[in-house]
Design a protein around this ligand. Structure first.
Ligand SMILES: *Cc1c(COP(=O)(O)O)cnc(C)c1O
Length: 383
């Protein structure tokens, strides 16, 4: 077996082969839908390029890097995170099956469960996910999939992946996790026994808010099936240009995540100390209900967090308007800081959202400038 590479080594060099491309240190963007029968790419040759819906040489480099980063045998890049999520779900679920899903998963996944997959007679039970007994009780004789996200969307609940994977294996149930929040730098769910990992590459992995993409990672046999079924038949493939930008983003992923984490920890503490803030939800802040578990499960923490304000909605929105460095926008994982007021107009908390919740993404800016920005905005609005 080859020696285990560091994440940095994988991100910078693995899968690149300048000797194939006239010494170019960056791979060409293979803008070719088809590949013809020439010496070296003969019909019938294993690994031969034929048509870019199943395989493209630029996309293949991104897939090799991500599989190595996730410690999985293979990876398949898709047109978006949602294409990766739906491919994984449809791979494991057929008519009449039952799914157990963490309630606070990404909204798109939850929409598939609530309003799309029901047409195939598939049913879903939602769990908070933090207790193994609750998951065990939700399992039915026809359960084929446990779908997870950890830390989860908006509430950042942290799951015990080893415990859940062991339970699922015992019951013959497949496990899929959305690992977008942690990236493969901070968490490798395969090492805990999870079967398949999906990502939105539109977030930290791309890292510059310039691409939409996704990836499914797992055993070679299963990823080959996804490539040939949900990939080739549904056709939600990653384009070579997107793959190039993804590769470029991956080169700096470990360095960026270090900076995001440092900024995230510091800003969480800053928010925690504000009198107008009721709760900061950030897995690496000691006030998080699963702080100890988070330290055990994750090698590090990215810089997306929720702040629950003890303020009227209009004041929260005004603060957002006064912030200069925080764009008011959805998504996250780019270089830039973001502010989005999500828990507005609510009477009480739900299983996925809290009243007065604002989601904040901490970018790669200087953290002192970010704090100063909040200081001036709070002063202006609250006096
Ligand atoms: C954004 C996001 C997705 C969806 O990804 P797209 O690339 O926008 O399709 C999936 N999961 C999580 C956790 C996300 O934040």
């Amino acid at each position: 077996m080859e020696q285990k590479m560091t994440k940095e080594q994988i991100c910078t060099h693995y899968g690149d082969d300048p000797s194939r491309y006239m010494g170019a240190v960056n791979p060409p963007i293979f803008m070719s839908s088809l590949f013809c029968d020439v010496p070296g790419n003969e019909e019938g040759r294993p690994g031969r390029y034929g048509y870019s819906r199943p395989t493209n040489p630029t996309v293949e480099i991104a897939e090799a890097k991500i599989a190595a980063l996730e410690n999985t045998e293979a990876a398949y890049c898709t047109a978006s995170g949602m294409a990766a999520i739906s491919a994984a779900i449809f791979h494991y679920v057929k008519q009449g099956d039952h799914i157990v899903s963490v309630a606070s998963v990404y909204g798109g996944a939850r929409s598939i469960f609530e309003s799309y997959i029901t047409r195939y007679g598939v049913t879903v039970t939602y769990v908070n996910g933090t207790s193994i007994e609750e998951i065990e009780n939700a399992i039915q004789p026809n359960t084929t999939l446990i779908y997870m996200e950890s830390p989860s969307t908006f509430l950042f609940l942290v799951l015990d992946l080893k415990e859940i994977a062991a339970l699922a294996k015992k019951r013959g149930i497949a496990t899929v996790i959305d690992n977008t929040y942690s990236t493969p730098i901070f968490q490798n769910p395969i090492d805990s026994g999870i079967d398949m990992v999906v990502h939105s590459c539109s977030k930290y992995m791309g890292g510059h808010s310039d691409i939409v993409g996704g990836v499914v990672c797992g055993k070679k046999e299963e990823i080959d099936q996804i490539r040939g079924n949900e990939g080739v038949l549904f056709g939600g493939i990653m384009a070579p240009m997107e793959a190039y930008f993804l590769i470029r983003g991956l080169r700096t992923l470990p360095a960026r995540m270090k900076q995001h984490m440092a900024n995230g920890i510091e800003m969480a503490e800053y928010f925690h100390n504000l009198p107008c803030v009721k709760e900061v939800i950030y897995p690496f802040h000691p006030s998080h209900p699963q702080y100890e578990r988070a330290k055990k499960e994750l090698r590090g923490c990215s810089s997306l967090m929720s702040i629950v304000f003890d303020l009227p909605d209009d004041k929260i929105k005004e603060i957002g308007k006064e912030l200069k460095y925080f764009h008011k926008a959805c998504s996250w994982g780019g270089y830039e800081s973001l502010f989005i007021a999500l828990g507005m107009g609510m009477e009480e908390d739900t299983d996925i959202m809290k009243k007065g919740l604002v989601r904040v993404h901490i970018g790669l800016e200087n953290v002192e400038e970010l704090k100063a920005d909040w200081d001036q905005a709070l002063k202006k609005v609250l006096g």
